[in-house]
Design a protein around this ligand. Sequence first.
Ligand SMILES: *Cc1c(COP(=O)(O)O)cnc(C)c1O
Length: 425
Amino acid sequence: MSRNQQLFDRAQLTIPGGVNSPVRAFKSVGGTPRFIDRADGPYMWDADGKQYIDYIQSWGPMILGHGDKDVIEAVQKAATRGFSFGAPTEGEIELAELICELIPSIEQVRLVSSGTEATMSAIRLARGFTGRSLLVKFEGCYHGHSDSLLVKAGSGLLTFGQTSSAGVPEDIAKHTLVLPFNDIEALETVFAEKGNEIAAVIIEPFAGNMNLIAPGQAYHQRLRELCTNAGSVLIFDEVMTGFRVGLTGVQGRYGITPDLTTLGKVIGGGMPVGAFGGRKDIMAHIAPLGGVYQAGTLSGNPLAVTAGLVTLNKIRQPGFYDTLTARAARLAAGFQAEAVKAGVPCTAQSMGSMFGVYFTPTIPQNFAEVTKSDIARFNAFFHAMLDEGVYLAPSAYEAGFVSIVHDDAIIDETIAAAGRAFSKV
Ligand SMILES: *Cc1c(COP(=O)(O)O)cnc(C)c1O
């Protein structure tokens, strides 16, 4: 039996499903999850010693690749000065200043320890600030696992959402409306009917949790206008896209100013950091200044903040994103060309350092379109790629990521592997 299988069997005795986050269990693709032993640069090695080129990147954070020497050195140094104090540190100011400098819509920011905490807190803040309850989210967008967000669409545009997880009371779901993503008409209808009840709209400006779906600028401009007119707080959830589609997120790319932004993933450089921030007048409602309570024992943890600071200081260097973006574009074009060669109806695109590979005839524009993916074919492709030593996300509904150490040779090696894998599916 493989060591991966042995570990998986053992894990299931003490950990529900053998994993600490569900997608790791390979449930949708089948087979045995790979237990990772170590990683370096663009590579990871599993418990059986097999090497993979890593395109999950810990679901986004590892933008410098694994084991960046500067990050390791800084974290080691920070560790010798203490792991956590429950009192403020200078590093937290530096990270806050850097985030505010890089993302101009963020005038003030609060650090937390995960993306889930960031979105949950931003929503509470928006509700406290507006004195309203209603939250609008979109089909296929993921914002972490807090109660108000584990809600799926009701039977009609204006009917309240239904819980998408056991354990979430209907009374909570009824404060969330779920709209189709990338649909201007649906936005206009809901704002016309309920605008003055809407506390906040939360959106992944490019969705990265239903594969990669990128609305155009016009959609976001209209959303901004509707929120402004209704006095609703616009929350851009850039936990994934922040520092991934570019140094200034989707908001910078499109010139949209959200009221609040949530961040995570890259800002911790692989350690647990999340953040929410935005307009100073809104942030003034957070405790200890205002009446919206929010706190965290390990918030702004000095080791995590150090990893984030060094990461952000490296990715802001001139030319970083030009290189990174070109690599992802090369990869997506390669996937697309190999699919055509093999006669597999599969498309691909990239946005900054994120990419999507879709087992659909055209690039999907919303949740309904992406869920028409040929899942059986994706799963076969996923396993063929694993055999080739390429680690893609174990789901047809996840985006992929490249890091700065995925050089052209590694990208071309991946494309060649994809060619062989496509010919088998
Ligand atoms: C990953 C993610 C989250 C949740 O972050 P966690 O750190 O996993 O809690 C929230 N929003 C988006 C857009 C994400 O991609």
